[in-house]
Design a binder for this molecule. Structure first.
Ligand code: ADP
Ligand code: ASP
Ligand code: MG
Length: 410
């Protein structure tokens, strides 16, 4: 008997039939004697539908009102799931984020959880009820509804598990675990029995949307046992774990992540003087645009090229800002490309192995794929390439690092 927080994603609650199937599953866990807090997402497609409605009215929806709108999707599924449970004789009670009192900061659309009041949930659990909580939402100190960013129900689940000191946080989704890469892109992708928090944080931040990055950070910080499982089939799923003592036994590369959401901007022929990077990037950050990769070339004739990437949604704005900067710093030219993609290999084993980058570059060059930018950290190597080669690159790397083979064969 355990206290479990279980989260069911959009596809898992995408129709009334699927909600009924989740209710059957929850009932079985309850009958096995577990205490349960269930977090649900909106029905699949619903959050996107709400976003398009807002955008029909205004291109940049007012952040506060946007969150009032977006949070409604999850309110529908908590009520429907509770009804399905009650129909089955399982006592259950639904809560919006505000009703629990999941308090966040006031950064609408990407709020961060600051505190969780566990009183109502504990009282319900004590009384033998299943608690059903709306994912992705909270409330700020002033009582405004906030949302936690796309995929934010994962973070709600982990945060509740941390607050309640749950025995495990289980993320039920439409795949049966975390794979070596997105199984929808590479059909030989293999489910991992476990992956370290560190690797999962990198995978999530480099584009693997199977878990929202904040949820993994939270789980790592508060030591929440976290598991990804399928809503539709039985199986052990993938456990997100602390790093194994014996690093030499870790596979060199555990997974491949990719991201189509970036755009690249270059300001060329910038006079190479102290403070120039600041003069370029400060206006970008003042426009609230996040920069990902940055490369400054070695200068020639006292001029240098400066390239960086931003989220594709910020591409137009970043280009406008950069064109103004170019005039200010007397640069020769601004170039840009929003048809790029970033591919990354991730693995804690890289720390203790040499030659990983060479193997990556060789695999890409054999396919004739040109690398436009490179960035590395201790446990990942990322490259920017032409978007049209993305799937080819992921497949080539998956096979070069033999990720289709079971781990002990590496
Ligand atoms: P949910 O609606 O349940 O939150 P998501 O769509 O957010 O589900 O996340 C699950 C999806 O993540 C899968 O359908 C899969 O296509 C994608 N995905 C991307 N990278 C991976 C990976 N490395 N392992 C498993 N799934 C991945
Ligand atoms: N419904 C929200 C989204 O689609 C949150 C979530 O599903 O985790 O992003
Ligand atoms: Mg998700």
């Amino acid at each position: 008997m355990a206290l479990l927080v279980q989260k069911f994603g959009g596809t898992s609650v995408g129709t009334v039939d699927r909600i009924e199937a989740v209710a059957d599953k929850v009932k079985a866990f309850r009958e096995a004697g577990h205490d349960l807090v269930i977090v649900v997402s909106a029905m699949s497609g619903e959050t996107n539908r709400l976003i398009s409605l807002a955008k029909e009215i205004m291109e940049e929806p007012t952040p506060r009102e946007f969150d009032v709108l977006l949070s409604t999707g999850e309110q529908v599924t908590i009520a429907l799931l509770c009804m399905a449970l009650i129909k089955r004789g399982v006592e259950a009670r639904s809560y919006t984020g505000a009703q629990v009192r999941i308090v966040t900061d006031s950064v609408f659309n990407k709020a961060r959880i600051q505190s969780i009041d566990d009183c109502n949930m504990r009282a319900d659990l004590q009384a033998g009820r299943v608690v059903v909580v709306a994912g992705f939402q909270g409330v700020d100190e002033q009582g405004n509804i906030t949302t936690l960013g796309r995929g934010g129900s994962d973070t709600t689940a982990v945060a509740l598990a941390a607050a309640l000191k749950a025995d495990e946080c289980q993320i039920y989704t439409d795949v049966d675990g975390v794979y070596t890469t997105d199984p929808r892109v590479v059909d030989t992708a293999r489910r991992l029995d476990k992956i370290t928090f560190e690797e999962m944080i990198e995978m999530a931040s480099l584009g693997s949307k199977v878990l929202q990055i904040r949820s993994v950070e939270f789980a790592g910080k508060y030591n929440v046992p976290l598991r990804v499982l399928s809503s539709f089939q039985e199986g052990p799923g993938t456990l997100i774990t602390l790093e194994d003592e014996n690093v030499m036994e870790q596979p060199v590369v555990s997974g491949i992540a990719f991201n189509r959401d970036e755009a690249k901007l270059t300001i060329a022929g910038v006079p190479d003087t102290p403070g120039v990077a600041l003069r370029i990037l400060q206006p970008i950050s003042e426009a609230n645009i996040e920069v990902d990769m940055i490369v400054q070339n070695v200068s020639a004739d006292n001029r240098t090229d400066f390239t960086f990437t931003v989220h594709r949604n910020d591409y137009r704005r970043a280009l406008d800002v950069l064109q103004n900067v170019a005039k200010d710093v007397a640069a020769l030219e601004v170039k840009s490309d929003n048809k790029i993609a970033k591919v990354s290999i991730v693995g804690v084993g890289m720390r203790s192995h040499a030659g990983v980058a060479t193997k990556m570059f060789k695999a890409l060059s054999q396919e004739g794929i040109n690398i436009q930018m490179i960035s590395t950290s201790e446990i990942k190597i990322s490259v920017v390439i032409d978007e049209k080669y993305l799937e080819l690159a992921v497949r080539a790397l998956h096979s070069a690092f033999e990720l289709h083979k079971p781990e002990d064969n590496h």
